[in-house]
Write a protein that binds this ligand. Structure first.
Ligand code: PLP
Length: 345
């Protein structure tokens, strides 16, 4: 029996169309900006996000650190949510590599940062203080149940930032999930943003890569930062070829993943001993709590795995499940049957 793997949408394998596109890709040396396939992907992503230019990077983490290092100097301060992927899951790169000062403020359950919290975190001009440079948002918000930030909220943050002379970076690893869930154009979610990072290798199912977008001057500087990080890849059009297929063929179908996540949440809510809030599931991510007493977290994971279901462990008695290409509605029903059987003992 093949395992139903709900640990992450990064486990998706490239589609047949992607493998075909990889084998046919026209290539060149991208350090000389001469890979036509990469140039095409970068232009496509810039167009989709309403930005002037794009830059292919090896991963979402590389997209975020390349953007932050391009925006901020050592000793400058970054305001970000205390549940942000950049804060929790990127090995502290902004401090380790960039000497940036991290100023966290609470993420609300819907993934937002309160405007008054952002305002309150901005430093006065005083020689005792670091200089505040950047605010980071995340859309969809991974730790906040895949919540989608709206165009109205994003506009409110960018207006505040502009008024206070700050830049805004958007970690849009799953930006297309947000656009599909809200029924809006990506450009509405990036309006006023200075840089955005979009992953190709999550729900869009490409094997490798992310694209960062911004204005031409930012991308020109980011190209140097990427080189410094060792990310000047040569014939990486083999990566970009799959990314183009991802943008052309894999965006609209994200709605299926969202429907499957809602189906999963409704089913879990009906299983005694498990708790999840179906009302919070907007996209393809859900968190589920195991009521204490029955099993240890490891026993729960082991029992699920024995029956062919893999989920990720994200905290004491807390588990995360993601739907993605390769998970059908029938797989969701099978996953629910396994969860119910394990909880029955
Ligand atoms: C996955 C993810 C990233 C990083 O992407 P990698 O390709 O795994 O480095 C960044 N931000 C968010 C919100 C993510 O979910």
């Amino acid at each position: 029996m093949a395992a139903i793997d709900l640990r992450s949408d990064t486990v998706t394998l490239p589609t047949a169309a992607m493998r075909e596109a990889i084998s046919r890709a026209e290539l060149g040396d991208d350090v000389f900006s001469e890979d036509p396939t990469i140039n095409r992907l970068e232009a496509m992503m810039a167009e989709r996000t309403g930005m002037e230019a794009g830059l292919l990077v090896a991963s979402g983490t590389m997209g975020n650190i390349t953007s932050l290092l391009t925006h901020c100097g050592r000793g400058e301060e970054v305001i970000l949510g205390d549940s942000a992927h950049i804060f929790l899951n990127e090995a502290g790169g902004l401090s380790a590599l960039g000497g940036m000062v991290v100023h966290t403020i609470p993420n609300q359950p819907d993934g937002t940062l309160r405007l008054e919290d952002i305002e309150g975190a901005i430093r006065a001009d005083n020689i005792h203080f670091p200089r505040t440079r950047l605010v980071c948002l995340e859309n969809t918000h991974n730790r906040c149940s895949g919540a989608a930030l709206t165009p109205e909220y994003t506009a409110a943050v960018t207006a505040l930032a502009k008024r206070r002379g700050l830049l805004v970076h958007l970690d849009g690893a799953r930006l297309f999930n947000a656009a599909v869930a809200l029924g809006v154009d990506c450009r509405e979610l990036t309006q006023g943003i200075d840089s955005v990072n979009v992953c190709l290798s999550k729900g869009l199912a490409a094997p490798v890569g992310s694209v960062i977008c911004g204005n031409r001057a930012f991308i020109a500087r980011a190209r140097r930062t990427r080189k410094m990080l060792g990310g000047g890849m040569r014939q990486a059009g083999i990566i970009a070829a799959a990314g183009i297929v991802a943008l052309e063929q894999m965006v609209d179908r994200l709605a299926e993943d969202h429907a499957n996540a809602r189906r999963l949440a409704a089913g879990i809510a009906a299983i005694a001993g498990l708790a999840t809030d179906p009302a919070r599931v907007q996209t393809n991510i859900l968190y589920c709590d195991l009521r204490p007493g029955r099993f240890s977290d490891q026993e729960f994971l082991d029992r699920l795995a024995q029956k062919g279901l893999r989920v990720s462990h994200t905290g004491p008695a807390r588990f995360r499940m993601l739907t993605h290409w390769g998970i059908s509605a029938a797989d969701i029903d099978a996953a629910l049957a396994i969860l119910a059987a394990v909880m029955k003992g």
